[in-house]
Design a protein around this ligand. Structure first.
Ligand code: ADP
Ligand code: MG
Length: 280
């Protein structure tokens, strides 16, 4: 090239040597950069797994300590059930006991959610029924925070572990309700819709919203902006679980303008019954 452009006569040997040197230096630089990148990724992964390990160990000790008091509370509630009660009171007790059962189960299985078998024991679930169940449980919290709950769901089936799926819904909805504590007219809307072979569940709140940095940190173990009132484990559970169910979860949010969680899961088509859609 030098020969051709500037008319300087460069010996062929020198030119070849120069070209070889240039390409090997370039290759070396690329190799070093790639290696540094790889090391960085591995280091990040190791840190994440160390965090997960700590969470699992913590969960193991908590589960041991918390299960016994829960069992005795359940015993006393069952004794209460045998006394004369109004229908409403019986209903509340029933819900409380079933929630206690779930708490015990979640605690028992809490240790396993870090491993790939977490979503075992799956069965066919009607998303509408599960949402209704969760809404029933969360209504007292919503009332306390003056949050309106609005549903627009239809009967669509998925394959999931019921307890884990319920926990995911509760974690998302609880965060939404908690984000509207300071708002006078907060509303949480849950909508389901079909998109080809997937169900899309949207959780739309009118709460405090999140900045881009906050969204990026969602799902990190112990990440919480609620101080003593938060554990920072709720979203981690949700992200892990949805991923294992073969689904995805996206967040759209703007500080001060509310948040929308968009969950996408594969539909389980029923083989022997007709599918019906009911909007509620
Ligand atoms: P915790 O609720 O115990 O703080 P989570 O893992 O459930 O932990 O949530 C982590 C953080 O994500 C919360 O502290 C909050 O800052 C943020 N967050 C989650 N959902 C919402 C929401 N709907 N609106 C605003 N912030 C949210
Ligand atoms: Mg939470």
């Amino acid at each position: 090239m030098v020969n051709w452009i500037a008319g300087i006569n460069v010996p062929t040997k020198l030119a070849i040597l120069y070209a070889l040197l240039l390409s090997s230096v370039l290759a070396l630089i690329i190799y070093v950069v790639e290696t540094i990148q790889k090391l960085w990724t591995v280091q990040h992964k190791i840190m994440q797994s160390q965090k997960m390990e700590t969470v699992s160990q913590l969960a193991a000790s908590i589960s041991h300590e918390v299960r016994n008091p829960l069992t005795s509370v359940k015993g006393f509630m069952q004794l209460l059930q045998e006394t004369t009660l109004t229908n409403n009171q019986k209903n509340y007790l029933e819900i409380s006991i079933s929630e206690l059962d779930r708490a015990v189960k979640v605690i028992e299985d809490y240790l396993t959610f870090a491993n790939p078998k977490a979503c075992s024991a799956v069965k066919e679930l009607d998303v509408q029924e599960e949402i209704n169940r969760v809404v029933k449980v969360l209504r007292p919290l919503a009332n306390k925070n003056s949050v309106r709950l609005e549903l627009s769901t239809s009967s669509i089936h998925i394959l999931a572990n019921q307890q884990y799926f319920n926990q995911c819904l509760i974690n998302i909805c609880k965060n939404a309700i908690e984000s509207m504590e300071e708002h006078a007219h907060g509303a949480l809307t849950i909508k389901t819709e079909k998109a080809k072979n997937d169900i899309i569940i949207r959780f739309i709140d009118t709460g405090i919203g999140m900045s881009k940095e906050e969204i990026a940190r969602l799902g990190e173990p112990y990440y919480s902006t609620k101080g003593k009132n938060g554990t920072g484990l709720g979203m981690m559970f949700v992200f892990n679980c949805i991923k294992e169910m073969g689904g995805t979860i996206h967040v759209e949010s703007k500080k001060g303008h509310g948040t929308t969680f968009i969950m996408r899961l594969p539909i389980q088509y029923r083989t022997n019954s007709k599918e019906t859609d009911h909007a509620s």
